[in-house]
Design a protein around this ligand. Structure first.
Ligand code: SF4
Ligand code: SF4
Length: 165
């Protein structure tokens, strides 16, 4: 597992829609088959968080992304989420020098990339979790670091490599 502690607040970036709601989610960059694993160029992808990323800990990414109000139904979650946003848009618990989370073991549930969280927030079925998690990471990394960034290259390579180990 990566040492990076920055698991997402994917709410603002996930391409999947919230149940019964049309949010301002980003669309996946490329179309993939309706499989649970995720494929790219014929190679199976297995989601994993990678070191030295932390893109999902930038919580304010601009108007193209869904707001906390569009993601959460619980006002407590909205308040918690908004309270995490620092003046520069990054989470106040994000350690920029190490690209890690300073409260990793106690991070909010919505920072956890897990099937149950995706199901709760976006209505994503467990069998589609892997594909959606990969898509969410790509969209997030592109938005924060750019479509030609080393971070995106590293992520894409990591999820492909992991499938062949
Ligand atoms: S965007 Fe994805 S790879 Fe990057 S820190 Fe977040 S979960 Fe990990
Ligand atoms: S608490 Fe902040 S730094 Fe930690 S994982 Fe969540 S968004 Fe990232």
């Amino acid at each position: 597992m990566p040492q990076v502690a920055a698991l997402p607040s994917f709410g603002i970036v996930c391409s999947a829609g919230k149940p019964g709601q049309k949010g301002k989610k980003t669309a996946p960059e490329t179309k993939r088959g309706d499989d649970s694993m995720g494929f790219s160029g014929g190679r199976k992808e297995i989601w994993r968080c990678v070191e030295n990323c932390g893109a999902c800990c930038k919580l304010a990414k601009g108007p193209a992304f869904a707001t906390p109000e569009e993601i959460f139904t619980d006002p407590t979650d909205i308040e918690l989420y908004r309270n995490l946003i620092g003046p520069d848009g990054w989470c106040i618990h994000y350690e920029k020098t190490t690209r890690t989370c300073s409260v990793y073991s106690d991070r909010p549930y919505f920072c956890r990339v897990e099937p149950d969280v995706f199901n709760k927030l976006y209505g994503i079925q467990n069998r589609k979790f892997n594909k959606e998690a990969c898509s969410c990471c790509r969209d997030t990394i592109k938005a924060v670091y750019g479509p030609h960034s080393q971070e995106l290259y590293h992520f894409n390579r990591s999820i492909k490599d992991s499938s062949s180990k």
